[in-house]
Design a protein around this ligand. Structure first.
Ligand code: NAP
Length: 539
């Protein structure tokens, strides 16, 4: 008898819940939580927090929740300033959640429960050494939003640090939707954004080791090189990048018998993780980008080991290749570069200074903070139109700004845009973004009439395309095309024997389905070459 898909899914969920219950049962510590709410005030965030905690309490009696009003003496004792605030295991750790653990943040919440329940930080050996060297108190604030797929990584970094050094490191996770004033005070218009001792130490998600170093030095770091005695992992294929190309390649490579790992420095899924809605991936008439990524990642995890939050920092050619990440070393027979693409920047004055302070490249992450406010979405392609529609749906007053008089987006999206009645500024380019601590206005020019107009706005969202993420490829010596993409043959082989590419980093149509297809092709090509290396063939 074979299982239907629904039966198989239910069986997996039951097994997952059983494992979770088991984990909670074995935890050496009970978890006490204190929730502070405004008495008599209906608050969606407080209610969501109660519901999430209740859901976990159904799994284990080891979790206890006590709730107090802001006027209770406990609120004064714990110096609670905003409601709702949730304290997690306050008898042992200084972890406070300002807002509700909803959406993406539910993942963070689960990790937090396991970390405080076990009392083990789970930091890597490399990070622990750095955190051990911190010699004075660190109070961390991480601004997050429930729609931000990058946030859990950074929030968990901070919680791990607090569990590792209680008494020295304290953490506040601040949901920007619930605390818009506080976010404004810190000009945190982009998430995740991390402060320690009131100093900005990270914009965006950092690998755990880079976060630890930034926390120690109290300034944002970009690189971490592990000690030479870091753990060594041997593998056949090392895939750099956990987007649709990398994850699909992982499935195919393992299924053909190759030992394979995927390394992803950021959130899994690449650009898809922040795409509000996908309507052209076969099998799904309409699906949220993050949901599609979760399905894809769950599928990939059935086969391939994924090292997430780790960044490849060095590759030494050889047979095998010697690869160093921020956490460990790998020896791999072949490498697949599926590093994808990164947001293009316009590079106008004010853009970089106000990045994260009203300038944004991610509407799903930062959109919630602009509810009821005026923003422009720059671009005329599929992404700009999809994201403008998403922002409008969230209650943001969005205007689309395009440099020409026609859009390059697909007709289906243009039709939706027409129905939405989102205003469009045609033939318009931004020349400067103005504002002291946050975006206040933009200077624009009409490309036809050369007329210059200033507009008051609270935010500028850019969706002007992507450029290939080729830094690693360039560092290794992989040849690029004149357009800056990885140069490869029909088998996805680069100029360096044993190094392959797949997905948006190769250029082409840049669709999710094509990236997945390229990943599958590259994995099969690697399999053929490992069995019968083309560089050893006589013809
Ligand atoms: P895109 O298709 O390359 O469009 C970029 C847009 O930004 C264009 O309208 C372009 O204007 C404008 N632009 C570029 N540089 C600019 C500048 N310096 N100043 C002002 N405007 C500028 O990028 P995308 O929309 O991000 O899409 C990237 C790829 O992903 C595409 O292949 C797209 O099809 C795919 N995608 C697919 C879907 C989907 O199928 N559902 C969704 C999202 C993205 P011009 O038109 O004047 O060049």
């Amino acid at each position: 008898m074979t299982l239907t898909d629904t039966q198989a899914t239910t069986q997996k969920q039951t097994e997952y819940i059983r494992q979770l219950k088991n984990t909670f049962e074995k935890m050496p510590h009970d978890i006490e939580m204190l929730l502070f709410t405004e008495k008599g005030v209906d608050n969606i965030f407080a209610e969501s927090t109660r519901q999430v905690v209740r859901a976990f309490r159904e799994l284990t009696p080891r979790i206890r929740l006590r709730e107090y009003g802001m006027d209770h003496k406990m609120a004064a004792k714990w110096q609670i300033t905003d409601a709702p605030t949730l304290l997690i295991a306050p008898d042992r750790y200084a972890i406070r959640w300002m807002g509700a653990p909803m959406g993406e943040e539910a993942r963070t919440f689960l990790e937090a429960l396991i970390l405080v329940g076990t009392g083990v930080s789970n930091l890597s050996e490399q990070s622990r050494k750095v955190i051990a060297g911190i010699d004075s108190e660190r109070h961390i604030k991480v601004f997050v939003s429930p729609t931000c797929p990058y946030c859990p990584q950074q929030a968990v970094n901070a919680i791990k640090a607090a569990v590792e050094r209680p008494g020295v490191i304290s953490v506040e996770l601040i949901d920007i939707q619930c605390n818009p004033e506080l976010a404004r005070q810190y000009s945190a218009n982009s998430v995740p954004q991390t402060y320690a001792e009131e100093v900005l130490i990270g914009q965006g998600a950092q690998s755990e080791e880079v976060f630890a170093l930034s926390l120690k030095k109290l300034e944002p770091q970009t690189l971490f090189i592990p000690d030479s005695d870091a753990e060594l992992v041997e593998t056949d294929v090392l895939i750099v990048g956990g987007g649709p190309a990398g994850l699909t390649a992982g499935i195919y490579a393992v299924r053909s018998g190759l030992k394979t790992v995927v390394i992803e420095r950021n959130a899994l899924g690449g650009q898809v993780a922040t795409t509000p809605v996908v309507e052209n991936y076969p099998g799904f008439t309409q699906i949220g980008g993050k949901t599609l990524v979760d399905i894809l990642a769950t599928h990939a995890l059935e086969y391939v080991q994924i090292f997430q939050g780790e960044e490849v920092v060095d590759v030494v050619p050889g047979k095998p290749f010697d690869i160093t990440t921020t956490r460990r070393r790998f020896k791999a027979k072949s490498i697949l570069l599926a590093t994808g693409a990164k947001h293009k920047r316009l590079n106008v004055p004010g853009e970089s200074r106000l990045s994260g302070k009203g300038v944004s490249y991610c509407s799903t992450c930062d959109g919630p903070l602009f509810k009821g406010r005026n923003v422009v979405m720059v671009g005329g392609g599929n992404s700009a139109v999809t994201e403008a529609l998403y922002l409008q749906h969230m209650g943001v007053h969005v205007t689309l700004m395009h440099r020409r008089d026609s859009l390059r987006a697909q007709k289906f999206l243009i039709d939706q845009l027409t129905v939405s009645s989102i205003p469009i500024l045609w033939n318009t380019e931004i020349t400067e973004i103005l504002g002291q601590d946050r975006v206040e206005a933009i200077e624009t020019i009409n490309t036809q009439t050369r007329e210059k107009i200033s507009l008051s706005v609270d935010g500028v969202f850019f969706s002007i395309g992507y450029e290939p993420a080729v830094e690693l490829a360039q560092k290794i010596g992989v040849a690029l095309t004149s357009d800056g993409y990885i140069q490869k043959d029909a088998k996805h082989r680069t100029n360096i024997p044993g190094i392959y590419s797949a997905g948006d980093v190769e250029g082409g149509y840049k669709q999710i389905v094509t990236a997945a297809g390229q990943g599958a092709e590259a994995a099969m090509s690697i399999f053929e070459d490992v069995i019968n290396p083309y560089w050893n063939r006589s013809s």
